[in-house]
Design a binder for this molecule. Structure first.
Ligand code: NOJ
Length: 707
């Protein structure tokens, strides 16, 4: 990472009598005020464009047998700073990120002199604040039992939400309701036994990012967090039609966070924008993370991959051994050949290692992360891959048995490193509060996927992987909070309903609107290993299931849903039958110089344009819900002085996600920055386009795409 601009620190400590600190964003639109009420409870409020956005709302943290930082505080001093820097990403949605904010700091003390600082950074597109605890004897061995942070909005918003503390972790369809109803969750439809009452399940808890729309002001906002390094995840509990408060995911022993001062909380983030696209374009979460700790990131390679994966989800192959075992040497070499022939960098192989032959979820597992099944010659397959110029992508499914995985972690990563494997997909399939932990006393207990135990575990995996030169893709993960900036080998993750739900979920798979919600909800956190690119959409082997999408939409997802590791999820034979669609999947990059939401309505439609980092090409992805749409998109993002060849993959005129999903039409013609591109999206459809610089011959001979 390169520092491009100068830091402009402006720091002063205000006199002790200052009770309030006001910090405005660089452009002045957002203003945050910090204060203490009559009882010495810290409060903050936010105004945008001269109107209240967040009314005075609680701040504070409570410790077990220690200080309370939610009341009885006094102000020791305040400080402010201004920063305007630009940094270069190792990979991502854009190459250069500007971090322009004003910072305010208030140092508080309780009656006994215990210290807590509140730091707020205010950007034009939102704000982040966090708690910081300097070193102090009272917090040498601290246990947080509660965080009081609240968000009381001036207006009752609509919300797009998924429930927290439920069985399937983050894997629920987003619902769109008044905030007052958020978190009211009906039973799971995908399981036989509904969740049992749980001792820790607040009535209306939702995960973040929580996306909001304020009907009167027309503003959009999202609550999330940044830099969740060693703390519990923040969920939000609905208090009333306009208010939520922070609820930290507990350990099984009831503690929320174990810590030793000095330490800091994650940033509590509020993104604010006039359009949903403004939220999706924000770099604020990344800006609140620390710069990269990987000095030489040259081994980190965003890439597309294929894998022995979908065949299991559509029940053609199995993870476990036997007649239909997917991970055989022969099958892996077939995928490697396909990858090499079509320019894919990686081949994921799931089910290669011992341990899949019994129910592998939630038990003391049999998983070995170093021993392959006898019909999978790991060394030979890895050698074959290297000889063909591709690399295996490793797979570590834990079934939630974290102690067994941690015991083998270093050896497992070392094995992959020795075989030239540069990426591993991890997995934590377990339900509810089912992740295993062994206490220091040797007792076995169960933890949520989202508490501090798993935050620490994922951090351990990412840092171990980094030492071995390995990139990580987490399934059933902890949510993304922008740590990819600090650990750019932390590439992507699941953390929402991905493609696989179309193969087997009992509720009919992901409805067509799902992918028009994701860019404005889950993707606000960071990259998503959604695994797009299914070209055989009707799933002949699975009569009760299908992929609820047209083929053009599958292509558009490569642009609409960002991931630096992007799967071409279907089977080689299916791609060989659709070379027209495969061409776009081969061409589309996974690392961008710039990304722009051209049009977005949450749950209806998104049109995304991105510029390739390695060339002058631009790409466009448009995705609609179950409604067909016609839109006009000015191509004014293209370079003004140039002609481009547009390669447009669109829904055929009679395409429809239910009745005719695979009908794809390719249009080609010249365009330039003055062109207005008509987009016709079929119901459940989409459109994908590549714009590449035209050659002199093409400029002379090719007709214009839009007459
Ligand atoms: C669930 C993951 O999301 C999926 O990608 C994987 O194939 C299975 N677990 C098995 O690990």
């Amino acid at each position: 990472m390169r520092r491009l601009a100068v830091l402009l620190p402006l720091l002063f400590v205000a006199p002790l009598y200052a009770q309030t600190l006001t910090v405005a964003s660089p452009g002045g639109a957002l203003v945050v005020a910090l204060d203490l009420d009559d009882e010495g409870a810290p409060l903050y409020r936010v105004r945008r464009g001269g109107r209240d956005l967040v009314l005075p709302s609680r701040l504070g943290v409570v410790f077990r047998e220690g200080p309370r930082f939610d009341t009885g505080l006094r102000v020791l001093g305040t400080a402010t700073a201004t920063r305007d820097t630009t940094w270069e990403t190792v990979w991502g949605e854009r190459q250069f990120v500007r971090d322009h904010h004003n910072e305010g700091r208030v140092a508080f003390a309780d009656a006994d002199g215990a210290r807590i600082d509140l730091v707020v950074r205010v950007f034009d597109d939102g704000l982040g604040f966090r708690y910081e605890w300097p070193e102090q004897p009272a917090l040498a061995d601290a246990v947080i039992t509660d965080e009081r942070t609240a968000f009381r909005f001036a207006e009752a918003p609509e919300a797009w939400w998924i429930p927290a503390y439920q069985r399937e972790r983050y894997e629920y369809l987003y619902r769109h309701t008044p905030l007052a109803e958020a978190g009211r969750f009906q039973a799971d439809v995908n399981v036989d036994t509904p969740s049992q009452p749980h001792p820790y399940r607040p009535a209306q808890a939702v995960h973040t990012p929580l996306t909001l729309r304020f009907p009167e002001s027309g503003l959009y906002a999202a609550i999330h967090e940044a830099a969740l390094v060693d703390y519990a995840s923040m969920t939000l509990v609905v208090d009333d039609a306009a208010s939520v408060h922070c609820d930290l995911v507990p350990w099984s022993d009831g503690a929320k966070v174990y810590a030793t001062a000095p330490f800091v909380s994650p940033w509590r983030v509020l993104l604010v924008g006039e359009t949903p696209g403004a939220l999706a374009e924000s770099d604020l979460v990344l800006n609140l993370n620390e710069p990269s700790r990987i000095e030489d990131p040259s081994w980190i390679e965003p890439q597309k991959y294929v894998g022995i994966w979908w065949a299991m989800h559509i029940d053609q192959k199995t993870w476990h051994s036997g007649d239909r075992h997917g991970a055989t040497t022969e099958e892996a070499e077939r995928y490697i050949d396909f990858a090499a022939d079509h320019g894919f960098g990686g081949v994921l192989v799931e089910g290669w290692n011992r341990g899949w032959d019994r129910n592998w979820i939630g038990l003391n597992s049999d998983f070995s992360f170093t021993e392959p099944y006898p019909d999978f010659d790991l060394e030979a397959v890895a050698r074959y891959a290297r000889a063909r110029g591709v690399r295996l992508i490793g797979h570590h499914e834990t079934g939630g048995d974290v102690p067994t995985y941690e015991a083998q972690l270093d050896a497992a990563m070392a094995l992959y490193a020795r075989l030239g494997v540069r990426a591993v997909k991890t997995g934590y399939v377990e339900w509810e509060q089912g992740v295993q932990r062994v206490t220091p006393e040797g007792d076995s207990t169960r933890e949520w996927h989202h508490g501090q135990y798993m935050v620490r575990h994922h951090q351990r995996v990412v840092e171990t992987a980094a030492r071995h030169g390995i990139m990580v893709n987490i399934h059933e993960p902890i949510k993304d909070t922008g740590l990819r900036r600090t650990w750019p080998n932390l590439m992507t993750r699941e953390g929402a309903r991905g493609m696989e739900y179309n193969a087997w979920s009992r509720d009919g798979g992901n409805p067509p609107e799902h992918e028009t919600v994701l860019p404005f909800t889950r993707l606000l956190a960071g990259p998503f290993d959604f695994t797009p690119g299914i070209v055989d959409l009707t799933l002949p082997r699975k009569p009760a299931n299908r992929v609820n999408s047209t083929l053009a939409k599958q292509l558009a997802l490569y642009v609409a849903l960002y991931s630096p590791l992007q799967m071409a999820a279907d089977l080689p034979e299916h791609y060989e039958a659709r070379p027209d669609a495969l061409r776009f999947i081969e061409d589309v990059p996974v690392d961008w110089a710039d990304s722009r939401v051209l049009h977005g309505a949450i749950g209806d439609v998104i049109v995304m344009a991105r510029k390739d980092r390695g060339s002058e090409d631009w790409y466009l992805g448009a995705v609609t819900d179950e409604e067909g749409r016609t839109l006009s998109v000015p191509l004014d993002f293209l370079h003004g002085g140039r002609r481009y060849v547009a390669e447009v993959y669109r829904d055929a005129d009679d395409a429809h996600w239910e009745t005719n999903p695979e009908a794809l039409t390719l249009d080609e013609g010249l365009v330039d920055a003055a062109t207005v591109l008509p987009l016709r999206l079929a119901p459940g459809g989409g459109l994908a386009a590549r714009f590449r610089a035209a050659s002199a011959d093409e400029e002379a001979a090719m007709p214009r795409l839009v007459p």
